[in-house]
Design a protein around this ligand. Structure first.
Ligand SMILES: [Zn+2]
Length: 299
């Protein structure tokens, strides 16, 4: 059995972990972690099935599991791409503790550990606009002003996702916060795109609907190698091994099922490095298949 992604004894601040994808330098950095109800993460799957997978030690007394906030940095030529931006620093302590208990707000420390300042980032992409994926898009200054965190970046967001975020419904309102994306309009940095466009040489949006209708993963391709930043297509790597394990957070679960099958096929075909945002840091591994059984092996 491969290691089962321990969540105990994980330090709250993790240094960057570096990978090579073809000629591309890739790093995973962390904005910290949050703790969410494990039953919600596992959706319809009963506890008797998921508890042995997670391990009792990795659940707290309230059956919450630790979810990483893993973000990806990739370099191509002059470009420095940041994919997803964690929770950020704008939520008040009480609001954050209610919705996203944990230890968050570390992303800029992770960039600094890579020798990068916010001004060095030239491209930002969000898989979707839920609050735990775009928080550092903007920053609140001491005078209360909210401004883009990355002054020299173009921010790529799927147009349909932006529209969903601007017009939330009763189910989605609690996680779409306009201050995470509206200031990008005023600053002229927002690039709304549709479909599988290239956002940096070798980096493409890859449509993976289900968690939200316009959710998109990011695929990196270089010298015959592939890495895929899954976004919330996957909340825990067991959901790649078993596509029918679908988080209750997914707005379109049957669409998510099809997208996850597509992900698994591509991951096997291209031996892709998978970067799972919510796995314990760094959440990186590959899918293997043996005797019809699929296993996510961490790297
Ligand atoms: Zn998420």
């Amino acid at each position: 059995m491969p290691p089962r992604l321990p969540i105990r004894n994980v330090p709250s601040v993790e240094g960057p972990v570096r990978y090579k994808v073809g000629n591309m330098d890739v790093a995973v950095i962390s904005d910290g972690y949050i703790k969410l109800d494990a039953g919600a993460v596992m959706g319809l799957i009963p506890r008797v099935m998921w508890e042995p997978v997670l391990g009792k030690d990795n659940l707290d007394a309230e059956y919450r599991m630790r979810l990483g906030l893993n973000c990806m940095v990739a370099r191509s030529g002059e470009d420095v791409l940041l994919v997803d931006t964690g929770i950020g620093n704008k939520l008040s302590g009480a609001a954050r503790e209610r919705a996203f208990p944990g230890d968050t707000g570390k992303l800029l420390d992770g960039l600094a550990a890579l020798g990068l300042t916010p001004a060095d980032i030239t491209v930002v992409a969000n898989t979707h606009l839920h609050a735990d994926h775009c928080g550092w898009n903007t920053v609140r200054d001491q005078d209360g002003t909210v401004r883009p965190t990355f002054p020299n970046a173009r921010y790529y967001i799927q147009k349909g996702e932006y529209e969903a975020a601007m017009h939330p419904n009763d189910r989605t309102r609690g996680t779409y916060f306009a201050e995470n994306f509206e200031p990008l309009v005023a600053s002229g940095q927002l690039e709304l795109v549709e479909g599988e466009v290239e956002i940096m040489p070798g980096a493409h949006f890859w449509a993976t609907p289900g968690h939200t209708w316009d959710h998109a993963s990011i695929a990196l391709s270089s010298a015959g190698q592939t890495a895929i930043y899954t976004g919330d297509l996957v909340h825990h790597a067991v959901q790649v091994e078993r596509p029918a394990w679908i988080a209750a957070f997914d707005v379109f679960p049957l669409t998510s099922l099809e997208s996850k099958k597509k992900l698994a096929e591509r991951a096997l075909r291209e031996n892709a490095l998978l970067i799972c945002v919510h796995n314990p840091f760094p959440g990186v591994g590959r899918l293997t298949e043996r005797d019809g059984r699929r296993t996510f092996v961490t790297e």
